[in-house]
Design a protein around this ligand. Structure first.
Ligand SMILES: [Zn+2]
Length: 274
């Protein structure tokens, strides 16, 4: 009897060992790198457009433009593509393809280009990745395809996908990008109809939530402030509420993408959070 029990215990251990090995093999390393995608030359008076409740009179905030590279095993994804490279005052000093080359990554290696929303400061360089599958909220994709919509100005950047030549997967809800829960586009409508935020679950740093334009700076995130130019006020508030609950439940580091005070939450380029 004793021998049988020992055998059974050994068998269970062997199974557990196999399962551990299999799961560690199945969990690819995920890393997150911030890419500079431009900056405003001077702090922004946020009362003018970023609050519809007369909040924040005379508050000046330094806004930045952030893009991110996510490496999942051997696959790459870009989150947002920032301002167009060039000579405008807010243009990034270095283009995304150039930044990627400093990491020894080519644009052809980017499997997914995921976009928080259709505004030009998030989509300026999307056209550099025509070989990537475009992941974008369905509401925003529909707007980009409507010449009369507010998104029409950004549509030319999406020509490879709008023409049908490149692959697009519009998302009506959340999107678990790699199917293992490590990188999830979160449906957070309100700023635009199909606006999304991003969850990245890292082994060492833990859970990271990147806002997109759910909020543009800490003060608005804290009080649930809504910019005057959001497409849906009620949806904006509901999204902020959901985002904060996710942040609390996952004990996540929240990165407000436009707030220059959050740049230091990730290692400085070219280093990556793991
Ligand atoms: Zn923005």
């Amino acid at each position: 009897m004793k021998r049988i029990l020992v055998k059974l215990a050994f068998g269970a251990c062997a199974i557990a060992l196999t399962a551990t090995t299999a799961s560690s093999q199945a969990a690819p390393l995920v890393t997150l790198t911030r890419l500079d995608c431009g900056t405003n030359t001077t702090p922004t008076d946020v009362a003018a457009r970023f609050s519809d409740t007369y909040a924040w009179p005379q508050l000046m905030i330094q806004l930045t433009f952030s893009c991110y590279l996510i490496k999942h095993g051997n696959e790459y994804m870009i989150w947002d593509t920032g301002n167009p490279a060039g000579s405008t005052p807010t243009a990034p000093k270095t283009s995304l393809p150039n930044l990627l080359s400093q990491l020894s990554v080519t644009t052809a290696q980017i499997k997914y280009v995921a976009i928080s929303h259709y505004h030009g400061d998030h989509t300026g360089q999307v056209g550099s990745f025509p070989g990537a599958t475009l992941l974008i909220g369905k509401g925003d994709w529909d707007a980009l395809n409507d010449p009369k919509s507010a998104a029409a100005g950004s549509a030319p950047s999406f020509a490879p996908w709008i023409s049908g030549g490149s692959k697009v997967e519009p998302q009506a809800g959340d999107k678990d990008v790699f199917g293992d829960g490590t990188v999830v586009m979160l449906n957070m409508p309100g700023h635009t109809p199909g606006h999304h935020s991003l969850l990245v679950r890292l082994k060492e740093m833990g859970n990271v939530l990147i806002t997109g334009d759910l909020a543009h700076f800490h003060e608005n995130y804290d009080i649930g402030g809504v910019p005057t130019f959001n497409t849906d006020r009620a949806a904006s508030l509901a999204s902020i509420d959901r985002f904060k609950k996710i942040a609390a439940n996952l004990k996540a580091t929240v990165i407000i993408q436009h707030d220059a005070r959050d740049i230091g939450k990730l290692p400085a380029f070219p280093a990556a959070a793991k």
